[in-house]
Write a protein that binds this ligand. Sequence first.
Ligand code: DQQ
Length: 664
Amino acid sequence: MSMYTNPFRSFPDLEHVVPYSYDTLRDEEEQAEAPSGGRRRPMKVLLSTLLSGILLLALVMVLTGGQRSEEEVVEVVEGNHHPSFPSSKPSRAIEPEWVSRGVSEGVSEKAFRPYSEKGDSYPWTNLMLSWQRTAYHFQPEKNWMNDPNGPLFYKGWYHLFYQYNPDSAVWGNITWGHAVSKDLIHWLYLPLAMVPDHWYDINGVWTGSATLLPDGSVVILYTGSTDEKVQVQNLAHPADPSDPLLLHWIKYPGNPVMVPPPGIGTLDFRDPTTAWLTPDGNWRLTLGSKVNETGISLVYQTTNFTSYELLDGVLHAVPGTGMWECVDFYPVSTTEEIGLNTSAFGPGVKHVLKASLDDSKKDYYALGTYYVENDTWIPDNPVADVGIGIRYDYGKYYASKTFYDQHKQRRVLFGWIGETDNEAEDIKKGWASVQSIPRVVLFDQKTGSNLVQWPVEEVESLRLTSTEFDKVVVGAGSVVPLDVGTATQLDITAEFEIDSETLEGTIEADIGYNCTTSGGAAGRGTLGPFGLLVLAEDSLAEQTPVYFYIAKDTDGDYRTFFCADESRSSLANDVVKYVYGSYVPVLEGEKLIMRLLVDHSIVESFAQGGRTVVTSRVYPTQAIYGAARVFLFNNATAANVTASLKIWQMNSAFIRPYFNDHHI
Ligand code: DQQ
């Protein structure tokens, strides 16, 4: 097959593209009217809808004054401190000034390189840099890693493949790294699974997915960047299916099996999903692309995984969201707390569509209905469509991928947690990026409008000694140390109650609250912020607050936010410090609960059982090793809060090379 001719049917006509508003439900940005959408529309409707999308964007830009989204703002919070609240000034914010890696190949910006040419970076010591390595998150022994690829459970082992540069701590020369685990926590590094060694992937063995077939065999589909940097899809299968470690992979001699169809840019065609089996007995898969600024998801059909047919239309499209990378598409049960096989379909099932937005490097998902008869997916709530609504994680988190774990009947999510430091420091420390602790993903039956994500139960096997704190009163404007010894590897569960008199007596509080633009942890309001300071040293000159903030309107309705403020996380001036966060649904009678996994330079924070999640990458210079502490804080002006906590010290995971004589 010639790769530049189109062996398939014509490019989908985007018949059912419907523009929705650009506002985000959770980011609290300006909301515009969303037209209701039909499922199939003619091309002229597409053109007019795209045009209205552009006009709508222009309108929103005017209304918001072109306001930048949360993470584009590097927060600088000045003054407004209560004397007992940490008074250190956040260090200077950085306007990133970087050189692109990967963009010419048609993938996201991969490098953050502030001050690399000015030479005025912070004087990092080896001691500081070595502290940043995580103890129980997965990361390769050395060098660069990005997206998780092809996770699966096979013959007793969990397999994780990942985008990996075997030569350096920066993006490039992308191969598939490979590790296996019995429990998703302790990992053995295996030899590289696939390297760029054919014309159809010589510029990179990029992201892909595994599909487990009913006969127990495995196929992998991945994107190759060809000798001419064209993005194509390739097929691979295990050389020895009886090998539980799947050490060797054979690339299909007929590769590529899918090439960019007419109308799709050669740099805009990547990241095939796990395939699902439809009731008509065909396999389908989807992959991300764009047409102008409309992010789309193409659908292919196959029976044998070697020949594919591009189906008419698209699974879904959202104007203004740009290139969709690492699309994920899977069913969730609305009635049972179990995961579903990717091919599950029928009553009691909703489908999640997730896209990683190349333009903003954020992972957005939405819940909706999959119509197998015409391979379209319609969001439950058009205003919270993919790319404009809910995110998996409001912190540093991208290119995520789920798999169905048939061993434990759960759907497990991995996500790439990149660096926000200076690339020169990544090169010095010899590595860059970690994977999130795998999270179980479930439909939230209580709210009906979001997923919940929760660290896999196996992480609890790392819990060592614990300390409990019962009903600690944290007065308005105060900080309370929690004596747990060294606080660099922790699992923290905390429950907060705000004093009801103040809560009820408050007529109105901060209705326009926004984690990023309302002053971070130092911005004081009647009913917040309150929460924890982690990776803090005694003087609080360095600290990472993770907190709730309650807003109340005159109708007596509450809106709760869950935020993490990195602006004082490090005295270093050459790392990016964001204030992240979002709204979190809190139902009648629920306490405010958070769980934090602290592991050196990463803090994964879950609110209300995982309805809202925020991951922070932080690079303290003093709050490290034995100097790292944890505190409760309450920076509200009026309300006292009562907190009950359990804090575990966490063991390190065994993450090491595999040798034949090693067992875990
Ligand atoms: N990373 C891969 C691409 C994918 C991107 C290249 C997302 O396949 O689109 O390393 O981070």
